[in-house]
Design a protein around this ligand. Structure first.
Ligand SMILES: Nc1nc2c(ncn2[C@@H]2O[C@H](COP(=O)(O)OP(=O)(O)OP(=O)(O)O)[C@@H](O)[C@H]2O)c(=O)[nH]1
Ligand SMILES: [Mg+2]
Length: 263
């Protein structure tokens, strides 16, 4: 995973006109990046927040998030890159706000929010790849431009933000389970939150009774025969990794309620 530091992003901002911050509809609050938004604003660049994976959450939840973000003065659109929902609107919006031509657009976000999927939809088949930006400095050596349409270019090296934070935040921000210091703690936090927000989901996916998260994790380990061969004890770390992967692979449903909604 090539992770860009905020310093890299700041440098890239010098060469782009518009920034698309891609967030995951299941956790828009956790997958947006306040510091990044500040940098974009400080650089005087236009920010467009895209709430992607809209197909994974109920419509009222999606609109709750959109309204909350708009109330903060943010420009927001929703997409499902895989189901091609909202992508035409996104293209039209880019065309509308790209007042300067040529305009270069940077796509940033945490790992696995769907940056590449969105770029691929926008690029389309007709798009041509264009070599490095002439006459600009620094980061440009490493990026290629893709033409969305006349005068509208996407920077092909998407800014992947480092997934940092509390254990649950790291999972929602796409940190790989192997990269987590304490996967058991992270998976327990995730399971606890899924059970609280979507009662019945954990039992549907794992066939276990819902209750204390660590006990649930232990039961998952037992049921999947994840035990240490030496002692026969349940291997909680491996069970935790599987649960985290299940969220990333969209097998375990989860979404967060927008503010001001009954939780
Ligand atoms: N359900 C759903 N899945 C999506 C959507 N967009 C992307 N995905 C899936 O999410 C996963 C990550 O998508 P990518 O486009 O690779 O995400 P990315 O942000 O480029 O990931 P990195 O480059 O690894 O940071 C893939 O399995 C996609 O199929 C969406 O709108 N809905
Ligand atoms: Mg990508």
């Amino acid at each position: 995973m090539r992770v860009a530091t905020l310093r890299d992003i700041r440098r890239m901002l010098g060469d782009v006109h518009i920034v698309i911050e891609v967030t995951d509809a299941r956790a828009p609050d956790v997958t947006r990046h306040g510091r990044l938004e500040e940098l974009v604003s400080d650089a005087g660049r236009r920010l467009l927040v895209v709430v992607n994976k809209s197909d994974l959450v109920p419509e009222e939840v999606l609109w709750g998030w959109v309204n909350a973000f708009r109330a903060e003065g943010l420009s927001v659109l929703t997409t499902s890159a895989t189901k091609r929902l909202g992508t035409l609107r996104l293209r039209r919006e880019l065309r509308r706000i790209a007042t300067e031509r040529p305009s270069r657009i940077l796509v940033v976000g945490f790992p696995k929010v769907g940056k590449s999927s969105i770029i691929n939809v926008l690029k389309g088949r007709r798009s041509a790849s264009v070599s490095a930006v002439p006459g600009s400095s620094g980061y440009t050596r490493h990026f290629q431009l893709f033409r969305v349409e006349g005068g509208l270019y996407l920077v092909d090296s998407p800014g992947i933000l480092p997934p940092e934070g509390a254990p649950l935040e790291m999972v929602l921000r796409g940190a790989k389970p192997e990269a987590l210091e304490n996967p058991v703690e992270a998976a327990a936090a995730l399971l606890g939150d899924v059970m609280r927000r979507l009662p019945g989901e954990v039992s549907r996916v794992y066939g276990v009774e819902e209750g204390d998260p660590v006990e649930v994790l232990t039961e998952i380990a037992r049921r999947r025969n994840l035990t240490f061969s030496s002692t026969g004890e349940p291997n909680l770390t491996e069970a935790a990794r599987q649960v985290i992967r299940d969220y990333h692979l969209q097998r375990l449903r989860y979404y967060r309620q927008p503010p001001d909604s009954p939780d």
